[in-house]
Design a binder for this molecule. Structure first.
Ligand code: PEP
Ligand code: MN
Length: 337
């Protein structure tokens, strides 16, 4: 349930309304806009009589939220969420790009790549230290050693880091050193992990489960937000369909659908969506044109020798050229990169 207050309602009056509602056992989360104040009610609202609320002279109207996600719902917060992640603003006019290798492979290689993607205009350095591989015999990531290299690359270049968490066992280390904690497609519905991440303040990049609906993605965001962490970035990274030509199928319609349903920033990962480096440019352009707030792109100095996901990784010079092209697309849709 959402309570929209009349323009100009004094703060004292707002506080009084919140207090009255909270005595009925419901949590109130207020959003103060320029012209409007919205009170989002979360919890069991069955004891709340909307007619009584509407009888209050400061209340404009009471709206029911039909969808099962509340805090993530655009009805709950009309304005786009904009927040800082490692000093970088996410969700505003500027489109932010996270670029880097699929896996962190070594200190020097990562540093060289970090310098290069920064020069091309990336806002974040991505790199997997803990890798969710389909085969237990495949390279599983450098683990904590990988986090050390990411920290060094950040210290050297200033680029904030994005890396995937697979288990709450390393949560403390992630909270201390990682700027954006990624939840991968395979863990989108690891609800215990989501709840633990919800207790932190670190921004979360939540990737869509490969067989999950848009509503399921939003419910997973709700798990994180319901615990208090509202800095969630959603990421469309391709879904499973009958098509086998590409690794996944990029659901470009998820971008406008999510932008309509939620105030959270929406990213697109064209690398995992396609599995093919030569498709990354076209899909990135489509994502920016469709309204994405950011991109996550795999880049590798020597894709043929990458320890994971080489076939979908761009070489640094291709990434630089892509960023240039994307600036034009962003400008055409009223955004910047
Ligand atoms: C990744 O970003 O390296 C990754 C494994 O992504 P996803 O979870 O989308 O497959
Ligand atoms: Mn990868």
């Amino acid at each position: 349930m959402v309570v929209i207050l009349k323009f100009g309602t004094p703060q004292e009056q707002i506080d009084k309304i919140i207090e009255n509602i909270e005595t009925l056992g419901v949590k109130v989360s207020p959003t103060y806009g320029e012209n409007i104040t919205i009170l989002g009610l979360v919890g069991d609202t069955s004891r709340i009589d909307p007619q009584k609320l509407e009888a209050n002279k400061s209340v404009e109207r009471v709206v029911y939220i039909q969808e099962p996600y509340k805090k993530a719902n655009r009805k709950f917060r009309e304005m786009d969420s904009v927040f800082k992640a490692g000093g970088v603003t996410v969700g505003g006019k500027r489109i932010t790009v996270a670029a880097g290798p699929c896996s962190v492979e070594g200190e020097e290689a990562l540093l060289e790549l970090a310098r290069s993607v920064k020069e091309s205009g990336a806002a974040f350095l991505r790199g997997g230290a803990f890798k969710p591989r389909t085969s237990p015999y495949a390279f599983q990531g450098l683990g904590l050693e990988g986090i050390e290299y990411l920290k060094k690359a950040k210290a050297e270049t200033g680029l904030p880091i994005v890396t995937e968490i697979m288990s709450p066992a390393y949560l403390e280390t992630f909270v201390d050193y990682v700027d954006v904690i990624q939840v991968g497609t395979r863990n989108m519905q690891n609800f215990d992990l989501l709840k633990e991440l919800g207790k932190t303040k670190t921004p979360i990049l939540l990737k869509r489960g490969m067989s999950s609906t848009i509503e399921e993605l939003l419910m997973s965001a709700e798990y994180i937000m319901s615990e208090g962490n509202e800095n969630v970035i959603l990421c469309e990274r391709g879904i499973r369909t009958f098509e086998t030509y590409t690794r996944n199928t990029l659901d470009i319609s998820a971008v406008p659908a999510l932008k309509r349903q939620t105030h959270l920033p929406v990213f697109v990962d064209p690398s995992h969506a396609s599995g093919k480096w030569w498709m990354v440019e076209a899909l990135s352009k489509a994502a920016v044109a469709a309204g994405a707030d950011g991109l996550e792109i795999e880049v590798h100095t020597n894709p043929e020798c990458a320890w994971s996901d080489g076939p979908q990784s761009l070489k640094p010079e291709k990434f630089a050229a892509l960023m240039q092209i994307l600036r034009g697309i962003a400008g055409a849709v009223g955004r910047e990169i």
